[in-house]
Design a protein. Structure first.
Length: 337
């Protein structure tokens, strides 16, 4: 029987009933009912086991071994074998996923199309141009669009956001600030606690997360932006030493159900989940409004500098940002057909 170093340590500690040839320890910091787990991670883990005929098992930790912002460093150091990484928290370390998080740049309601375009763009441009030391990326996808939720007042124009204390991930800080809100940068998983305690007035989240983070009964107002303010992106990362030590057959089995395959699966699962949760918003007591198109255009102009800053970093990698953007838009159109 073969184990990764991390997995073997847990077996010796009584943490695993070791039966698989290869067991990969996955750091679990989100509950199973969270939409990222339900739509992407758990189906992936099951698919890996099936694709490998039981030769590879993903074993989830009982609790998190590290907080959300340091998942990349945790995997690199070998504390766990596999984890999800929310790109917003590693923006300074890893540029590749951030094309998907540019605010108000793309017309695309479908998470499936967005996720496929994101993976294809990573695979074509960034995989070789931006090597991640100690980390192997097996999957990358996008959530549904982010919107604004709060308990203070209905937001029917940008001016209504002024002074609201809004929790948001780091990559959403600029667009939240441009609305006039007070930015509170905290992980999304803390939303329930800080909203119910009154630490913040609201939060920026996808529609699916309102249910996934148990906020359906805790929020009063939801302001939806056509196609979302921006997308949050998430990846599945594996310790590079662990990946390279695995038999080729195991790596091939994982790759078969990862990459574009998982981008399409997770994206379609998110699309279906969004439709379900959207229908629950008003019955749950959330008053929903749509931000007018002209207000969104004004906001897009205010945050155009975010795309310029991204383009400068792309150039530093030796890539043409206009080519990357054009390719992404084309893949977005192709994947949506």
């Amino acid at each position: 029987m073969k184990k990764t170093a991390t997995a073997m340590a847990l077996v010796l500690a009584g943490g695993l009933a070791a039966s698989a040839e290869t067991t990969l320890v996955f750091n679990r910091y989100l509950p199973d009912q969270n939409e990222i787990m339900r739509a992407g991670v758990l189906p992936w883990a099951k698919a890996v086991e099936e694709a490998s005929n039981g030769g590879v098992v993903i074993d989830f930790t009982a609790s998190s071994l590290a907080p959300p912002p340091v998942q990349l460093d945790m995997i690199r150091s070998g504390i766990a074998d596999v984890a999800i990484n929310l790109s917003s928290f590693t923006a300074k370390q890893w540029l590749a996923p951030l094309i998907g998080e540019l605010p108000l740049q793309f017309d695309a309601a479908s998470s499936e199309a967005f996720s496929v375009a994101l993976w294809r763009t990573y695979d074509r441009f960034f995989r070789e141009a931006e090597k991640l030391d100690g980390v192997h990326v097996v999957a990358l996808w996008a959530l549904t669009g982010n919107h604004v939720w709060n308990n203070k007042r209905s937001m029917e124009k940008l001016a209504d956001a002024k002074g609201l204390k809004i929790r948001v991930n780091p990559n959403g800080a600029a667009v939240t600030d441009a609305m006039g809100a007070v930015v509170v940068s905290r992980p999304a998983i803390e939303s329930f606690e800080i909203i119910t305690r009154g630490v913040v007035d609201g939060t920026v989240l996808p529609i699916t997360s309102v249910q996934g983070l148990r906020l359906l009964e805790e929020l009063k107002y939801g302001t939806l932006f056509a196609d979302g303010l921006y997308r949050s992106t998430v990846s599945i990362i594996v310790n590079d030493t662990v990946w390279n030590a695995m038999p080729e057959a195991d790596r091939m089995a994982i790759e078969k159900v990862s990459g574009e395959h998982l981008a399409r699966l997770a994206g379609s699962n998110f699309d279906a989940a969004e439709a379900e949760v959207r229908a629950l918003l008003e019955p749950s007591g959330i008053a929903v409004t749509e931000m007018p198109a002209d207000e969104i255009e004004t906001l897009a102009e205010a945050v155009a500098g975010e795309t310029d800053a991204w383009a400068a970093r792309v150039k530093d990698l030796g890539l043409d940002p206009d080519e990357v953007l054009a390719y992404f838009r084309q893949q977005l159109a192709d994947a949506g057909n």
